[in-house]
Design a protein around this ligand. Sequence first.
Ligand SMILES: *Cc1c(COP(=O)(O)O)cnc(C)c1O
Length: 349
Amino acid sequence: MSSLNFCDLRSDTVTKPTEEMYQAMRQAELGDDVLGDDPTVKQLEELAAKIVNKEAALFFPSGTMANTAALLAHNCRLQEVIVEEHSHIMNYENGNISNLAGAVARSLPSNFGEIPLELLKKNIKPTGDDHQLKTAGICLENTHNYYSGAVLTIDYLKRVYDLCRNNNLFLHIDGARIFNASLALKLSVREITEHCSSIMFCLSKGLSAPVGSMLAGDRNFISRAFKFRKILGGGMRQSGLLASCGIVALQSMIDRLDDDHQKARFLAEKISRIPHLKLQTPPLITNIVIFEVGEDLITAEELQKRLEKLNILCFTFGPGRIRFVTHKDQSWQQIEYAAESLRKVMNSL
Ligand SMILES: *Cc1c(COP(=O)(O)O)cnc(C)c1O
């Protein structure tokens, strides 16, 4: 819908492919990727590996499957993996970390996604014994969905990766929105990904490809992940059709994410002035804005319904919280309409 009195703030996953992507699909050279001969998929995988500066990368149908294959390929069955308590891997992937990858998730609290170093150290068990599982690795989320798209600092990442290497642990980054992090930090993405063993990122979010996520790491890791992708049912055939959109996404959709950040900053600023709403403020704003609703006046669920009646779509996100996500398919007018409508609804209570 492109009407003025409408705004879809549910997720950056709702973004439609661009005209250039449709053209790329038409022109894509295709093969059968399960047989290893789809040249467009190979091209996307090489491009992705190069951008994050890892030895190899693999194209997946979803981020959830890529994270699951990563955990499987890190061989963490019957070991512990440290995760952040509000992370996607912990909360929004149906427990795959345990039910498919066979690990026990040790979930720890954080400050905007950064689990304190001391807490990490206390929870690492370098060896197991007859009763205890040893720690296999750590997963961090960057940007962090639950914490308003908070960005991990490079200094923090470096320290965690040092800790991991000193203890023989892997560090997997759920970087669904890693390009938002790199733009916000004004660093190239490889300056972030040098501090991890493996990284997953999504093509299907702000980058606007219709489907797909990438997993990158060293060659041995990716060849194990290849086997697990097949086991999970993620072997696709003429997937060059989808990969062609991923190539466009990586070649021409990264820099424009800055617009999304500007829209989010605009919304955050407006929300911060509305009484009874408490804006969550991460150190850097990317494309996610979360606020708490002082529930004496209205519940988050009721507010979400009122907004929906005005054609403003969003999700509640944890008790008393509402999440707005910005992306390319919202015009500035629609963003202004959403901010103004939210103010009016709150004023009318
Ligand atoms: C979207 C997302 C994923 C993967 O999601 P899929 O819908 O399975 O592609 C993983 N982690 C985070 C933080 C996400 O936001």
